[in-house]
Design a protein around this ligand. Structure first.
Ligand code: GTP
Ligand code: MG
Length: 432
């Protein structure tokens, strides 16, 4: 908390008191100005605008989540029971417009359907983490818009997560620890022991103690009711001692003495939901809806959303101080980023050009080699063909020579044959 400025009193020439603190002048009030009514303006405006509150209920199927919501808001929100056979955890989001006296409440209840029914633990908690982040992201995107409209923007960021612990009386399950570890930095977690009427009083105390020890030893941060405001400090610090709240839900009314009370009727008696000796339902309702609703919303914005926003901006590359540890403006970062991006683009372009040239050179060399190979092949074939031609020419010449010789021989033999015939004829004639 900021320290109160220390004022030093001095007097004007007419004796008027003036108090100084650095450059701030504090004047003593001489009369009634009416700004004591400022809080009323806030109250009136809030009543006119209405309130909104977003609750996330995480707990295994059938642990009494819907019944507790009905009991908290004393109305039947008409939630259907779900089966144990969901392949994935689904988030069922329902928004209700409730009214009590002249106060309007836009209540959003997000229920985990099928939580804990999967073989893989990751499949059970990841949709929840994803949903919480998605609501932060939606708000972050709205913040980044040039034309923002927060007046009619439905802020769906989760203000509180009611985590329902199975009333085993033993210890937290591995899935409880894993889920809580993954969501504790994103949302205000209030752990609840569900169906607390199924555990006896002494076991319940031991169970609560064990749960708190397990949460601490696993480094899980749950929501602590704030103790820095005078009006609520005492109540809140004593409520912190009662965590996790052991709750029982029921809308039915039963008769106890002459009164009708909300409670669960058992063969041995009645468990009164609103009796603080029977369960912590009233403590939860008071802490959640009467005392700390605004603080839950504030924590969501200033702690959890702030963390998300910081992470997102840092991921994009924004920072509050430069390399020399000096404050740096958004404009300077933007310019530096733009320059960095431009240089990177240039570097990449040059790199690409160089790579392209290299590839072209490699291809050119490859083409030249291929061309040379083809040329050599062609020369070789040409030589072979020339040799073949010469050989054929020689064979043709030899054949022609043989043909000539043949004709010569043929002509000679014909002359000889003619001469022989003539000689035979002459011989015959002579004999006659
Ligand atoms: P799903 O939405 O199906 O996951 O169930 P849920 O967690 O919303 O539980 P639901 O409120 O539908 O209650 C399941 C059953 O448990 C109903 O039969 C309720 O009457 C009963 N039940 C709810 N709250 C309590 C409780 O505090 N104590 C006991 N003993 N039974 C309860
Ligand atoms: Mg339900």
């Amino acid at each position: 908390m900021a320290e109160k400025p220390v004022c030093t009193a001095t007097q004007t020439p007419d004796g008027e008191d003036i108090q100084r603190e650095d450059n701030i002048r504090c004047l003593t009030m001489l009369g009634h100005f009416g700004f004591e009514c400022l809080p009323h303006q806030l109250v009136n405006r809030s009543i006119e605008q209405g309130f909104s509150f977003n609750i996330l209920c995480v707990g295994e199927t059938g642990l009494g989540k819907s019944t507790l919501m009905d009991t908290l808001f004393n109305t039947n929100l008409k939630e259907k029971m779900s089966s144990h056979f969901h392949p994935n955890v689904e988030l069922k989001i329902q928004t209700y417009q409730l009214q009590e006296s002249n106060v309007q409440l836009k209540l959003t209840v997000v229920n985990t359907v099928g939580y804990g029914d999967q073989m893989s633990k990751e499949a059970s908690y990841q949709p929840i983490v994803g949903y919480i982040d998605a609501q932060f992201e939606a708000y972050f995107q709205e913040e980044l818009k040039i034309k923002r409209s927060f007046v009619d923007y439905h802020d769906s960021r989760i203000h509180v997560c009611l985590y329902f612990i199975s009333p085993t009386g033993h210890s937290l399950k591995a899935l409880d620890l894993l889920t809580l570890k993954n969501i504790d930095s994103k949302v205000n977690v209030i752990p609840l022991i569900a169906k607390a009427d199924t555990i006896c009083k002494s076991d319940l105390q031991a169970f609560k103690y064990k749960i708190m020890n397990e949460l601490i030893s696993n480094g899980i941060q749950i929501y602590q009711f704030p103790t820095d405001e005078k009006t609520t400090a005492q109540a809140n610090s004593s409520m912190n001692e009662h965590l996790p709240f052991a709750v029982v839900g029921c809308l039915d009314e039963v008769k106890v003495g002459k009164r009708m009370v909300r409670g669960r009727q058992y063969p041995w008696g009645v468990l009164q939901v609103e009796n603080e000796n029977h369960c912590d339902f009233v403590k939860l309702r008071d802490m959640l809806l009467c005392t700390n609703t605004e603080n839950l919303k504030e924590q969501t914005h200033t702690l959890h959303y702030e963390r998300y926003r910081r992470f997102k901006l840092q991921k994009i590359g924004f920072t509050d101080v430069g390399p020399d540890n000096q404050p740096i403006s958004f404009q300077e970062i933007y310019e530096a980023k733009r320059q960095e991006f431009y240089s990177q683009c240039q570097r990449e372009e040059e790199d690409l050009k160089y790579k392209f040239m290299q590839r072209v050179k490699e291809k050119e060399i490859a083409f030249k080699e291929a061309e040379k190979e083809l040329q050599d092949k062609f020369e070789h074939l040409k030589r072979v063909q020339q040799e073949e031609t010469i050989k054929l020419e020689e064979e043709r010449r030899q054949l022609e020579e043989e043909i000539m010789n043949f004709y010569k021989m043929k002509a000679g033999s014909e002359i000889l044959q003619t001469q022989a015939c003539t000689n035979v004829k002459k011989e015959k004639d002579r004999k006659k």
